[in-house]
Ligand binder design. Structure first.
Ligand code: GLC
Ligand code: GLC
Length: 667
């Protein structure tokens, strides 16, 4: 590990000093870089590149100075030259997209942007098959496709592709890089954007960087971290929460070949075969920036920045959400956008609400970081509200969140490929009279189906007997009670299950941000137990909610008498209405309002151009009355969506059916 990694180092330079340093370095570099740019890009493109560099200069140089001190000027020149080289290699069709997005930088905030998330193999087999399946996505209104990890992983266990052995190759089981480029082109032709995972906290131990480091190749010196004995690992582990306590306790793994064959404890936050990169080493940072730019030039529009909270370590802390981790993301972001200005980052930071907004650049002052971030808090609060039939906690926690920078937006979602971790703070719980620990335990019991009367069929993930913590696996449909109802052949329960699923999606589609539909939810696919027969997957029950696409079920989507038909029509309709509502654009925040009923979540958006929007979601199975005036704008807003048609008003009160939802908009 490099000297002083993650430790409070020497005196940090002040803001003015940083700014002056950046200006000095740029003044020294610019004339020569300008000539180089004209040579490789031509006059007009060079001018655009330099204009971007003029603007991004502080976003590149200051992070380098903060993270790497005296080496900053040299790294700055190298980083900019690498970005220039990537810009020069950028294919013409992608430059056109860049141009459009520079004109319309809020492209990802538009109401038409609507996501779909799937594994290529589970959805359609291979990348080559994908362009032929775009009809399914187009029918849903998809304009943003997140393909789950598809870069070449290690052989054997690979954490669902999150153990990457080569960033520049596609998993041969899914196809080739040329296939991926063809997919990107096919999506772009339909004005859809491509999102892929960038696993940057770690590589597979088989990655050439890791193998080079192990072999003592000086080019990879300091790429990873190893300690000769347990002293430091124990010191770090004392304050690091475990991600996978059951099969990968602690954050270090013994590697006999490490440290020149003497053996060492390698930093492995996740599984032992996922080795954490050491970003205190600027060579790692530049190498990763190079991989990102290269992938951007294949046609990737959005990078899902995996596990970003873990990238910078500091003794005596949780080793998550460290300020330097943010600085690092800002740097990677600025370098990427110099080469590929149309590309945006999405933070996968599944952290507490207090730590989340920073990933969108919301610090003491705004610093461009990620344009998108998973709204993990909203997701957790939806499931919590569904279990308790009470929205007080959601109201409290959502209201307390800091606003996000207006140039960024959320990804709102109900379910994904990971477990649900109950990111609810003790403070928010206490504010509504709950004990945080007891509430999280209740949610685990409830969704694992252990709580009396629970409709859910999930399972505990990574139960930690020491701390009492656990998370939840299970598909949205199964967690909503659909699996249980089908097994019991209970039509009333089935109806309630469908209503719950559509209720959650009605919030995700209208809370503000890019809604992400997780493959299978549009057809209410239930838990899948086939993973149990695969030895590499059996121990990881997150596979229960990663089912193969059921195309036979998909064929029933047009039949409203079937389960699939009901869910499909409901979700499709949400997308259709969403697209027509300017107020659902990003750039403004939703405010959660209290309408005098604790079972009903009501949120309001006031868009300067799109007018006012109000969303209503009743988490109780029983009809609820709410104050009509606060919701309908004293009768002036039109109801644009309703799970059960127009809501009746009686005596100034609006009657919301059990598990029903409605949207209102200023005409
Ligand atoms: C992310 C992924 C998760 C994976 C982890 C390690 O959180 O979503 O599936 O296990 O990173 O890469
Ligand atoms: C990542 C996610 C966390 C998840 C874990 C394993 O750390 O941030 O939420 O539990 O991966 O899936």
């Amino acid at each position: 590990m490099s000297a002083g990694a993650g430790q409070p180092g020497a005196e940090q330079p002040g803001a003015e000093q940083l700014r002056a340093g950046a200006r000095r370095a740029w003044a020294a570099l610019r004339p020569q870089l300008a000539d180089e740019a004209v040579a490789v890009l031509g006059e007009a493109e060079a001018d655009a590149f330099l204009a971007r560099a003029d603007l991004a200069l502080h976003d590149v140089h200051e992070p380098l100075a903060v993270l790497y001190g005296d080496a900053a000027d040299d790294l700055f020149a190298r980083g900019l030259r690498a970005a220039l080289a990537a810009a020069a290699e950028r294919p013409e069709p992608l430059r056109r997209i860049d141009r459009r997005r520079e004109i319309d930088p809020a492209w990802f905030q538009r109401a038409r942007v609507q996501g779909y998330v799937c594994y290529v193999d589970r959805f359609c087999g291979t990348l080559a098959e994908l362009p032929g399946r775009l009809g399914h996505l187009a029918e849903l209104g998809t304009t943003y496709l997140h393909l789950m990890p598809l870069l070449r992983p290690r052989e054997g266990e690979n954490d669902g592709g999150y153990a990457v052995a080569d960033y520049r190759a596609v998993d041969p089981r899914l196809g080739t890089m040329a296939d991926l480029e063809a997919v990107a082109a096919a999506l772009h032709e339909r004005e859809m954007a491509l999102c892929i995972d960038l696993v940057l906290n770690h590589t597979a131990r088989e990655h050439p960087w890791a193998q080079g480091w192990l072999a003592g190749d000086p080019a990879y010196a300091g790429f990873y971290t190893a300690f000769p004995d347990r002293e430091m690992p124990d010191a770090y582990d004392a304050t690091i929460p475990e991600v996978f306590p059951d099969r990968a306790p602690g954050s270090f793994s013994w590697v006999p070949e490490a440290l020149g064959g003497a053996g060492g404890w390698v930093w492995t936050t996740f599984w032992p075969y996922q080795w954490d990169l050491d970003y205190t080493n600027p060579e790692v940072t530049l190498a990763m920036a190079g991989e990102i730019a290269w992938l951007a030039n294949r046609g990737v529009d959005v990078f899902r920045m995996d596990a970003v909270p873990f990238m910078w370590k500091r003794l005596g802390t949780s080793c998550q959400n460290q300020p330097e981790g943010h600085t690092l993301l800002q740097l990677l972001h600025a370098l990427t956008r110099l080469a590929a200005p149309g590309v945006v980052f999405k933070a996968e930071a599944i952290v507490s609400p207090d730590d989340l907004v920073a990933y969108l650049g919301g610090h003491d002052r705004y610093r461009p970081e990620c344009e998108l971030a998973y709204h993990n808090s909203l997701m957790v609060l939806l499931w919590s509200s569904l279990a308790t039939q009470d929205v007080r906690l959601a109201r409290q926690a959502l209201r307390r969140m800091r606003p996000i920078p207006p140039t960024t937006t959320w990804c709102t979602y109900v379910r994904g490929h990971d477990d649900i971790g109950w990111a609810i703070t003790d403070e928010d719980a206490a504010a509504v009279g709950l004990d945080g620990f007891a509430h999280r335990r209740f949610l685990n019991d409830f969704y694992a189906g252990r709580f009396p009367g629970s409709f859910a069929r999930g399972a505990l993930f990574q139960e930690n007997p020491v701390t009492g913590d656990a998370r939840i696996s299970g598909s949205a449909a199964s967690l909503c009670g659909i699996e249980d109802a089908l097994d019991r052949d209970d039509p009333v329960a089935l109806d309630a299950g469908v209503r719950r699923l559509l209720l959650l999606y009605s919030v995700a589609y209208a809370f503000g941000g890019v809604p992400l539909l997780y493959m299978g939810d549009e057809l209410a696919l239930r838990n899948d137990s086939s993973y149990l027969a695969e030895p590499e997957r059996a121990p990881d029950n997150r596979w229960m909610h990663r089912p193969p696409m059921d195309w036979a079920a998909a064929a029933r989507r047009g039949d409203p008498t079937t389960l699939e038909g009901r869910v499909w029509a409901g979700i499709r309709r949400l997308g259709e209405v969403r697209r027509s509502l300017l107020a659902l654009r990003g750039g403004v925040e939703s405010t959660v309002v209290d309408v005098g009923n604790d079972a009903v979540l009501v949120w309001r958006r006031q868009h300067p151009r799109g007018g006012t929007f109000v969303g209503v979601a009743n988490f109780s199975p029983h009809p609820q009355r709410i104050d009509a005036d606060t919701v309908t704008g004293f009768g002036t807003f039109a109801q644009v969506h309703g799970s059960d048609g127009p809501l009746p008003v009686r005596d100034g009160l609006l009657l919301v059916p059990g598990l029903g939802s409605a949207w209102f908009a200023e005409p």
